[in-house]
Design a protein around this ligand. Structure first.
Ligand code: GAR
Length: 192
């Protein structure tokens, strides 16, 4: 059995898709959903799917609470799904190559601190780009700079409405994030 932890700060639509995908799996278990935001919609996702959840404060993150939880649950893969705080160094070191993030653009474009959610789509629209997409990547100690695992593209009109861009990008996220995670876990199983 492989255990995953999902970290999210917002609505949690990606967390929901990942949890749904593995709900019927015999060999992958979503052990916990963690958030830094007590108001986050992802807490309702956890409730609806009967998954344990924990709210962890920024201070808690910094003083090692996340690492303790991940270790206690023997987590194999940490899945960030719209988690907006920096992952602390102790976790990045201990879980090197075992933390993945999804970004709603084609990195290295439109990445870095402060680039999340609608801000990304607004920047893509303002630039007049005719394609955008998603990037699934490993997490290191810098925002959005870890090795890229997969990217998927979608065409858009130049200066497309950012809300429409968000919808198109979200479709890619929901389709591919669970599958890419499953692929990574399968590869890990083959290694062991
Ligand atoms: C997703 O679009 C994800 O790619 C993005 O936040 C959204 C969360 O939506 N992540 C980032 O921007 C990270 N820099 P959700 O709560 O509905 O899953």
């Amino acid at each position: 059995m492989k255990n995953i932890a999902i970290l999210a700060s917002g609505t949690g639509s990606n967390a929901n898709e990942v949890a749904k995908y593995f709900a019927i799996s015999d060999d992958v278990n979503v052990s916990i959903i963690l958030t830094n935001n007590p108001q986050a919609g992802v807490l309702q996702v956890a409730e609806r799917r009967f998954l344990p959840s924990v709210v962890i404060s920024k201070q808690g993150l910094q003083k090692g609470d996340l690492l303790k939880i991940l270790n206690a649950l023997q987590i194999d893969l940490v899945v960030l799904a719209g988690f907006l705080l920096m992952i602390p160094c102790d976790v990045v070191e201990a879980y090197e190559g075992r933390i993945v993030n999804i970004h709603p653009a084609l990195l290295p474009k439109y990445g870095g601190k402060g680039m999340y959610g609608m801000r990304v789509h607004e920047a893509v629209s303002a630039a007049g780009d005719t394609e955008t997409g998603i990037t699934i990547h490993y997490v290191n100690e810098k925002y959005d700079e870890g090795d890229i695992i997969a990217q998927y593209k979608v065409s858009i009109k130049a200066h497309e409405d950012p809300e429409l861009i968000r919808e198109k990008v979200q479709e890619l996220e929901h389709k591919y994030y669970p599958r890419v995670i499953a692929g990574l876990l399968n590869a890990k199983r083959a290694e062991n």
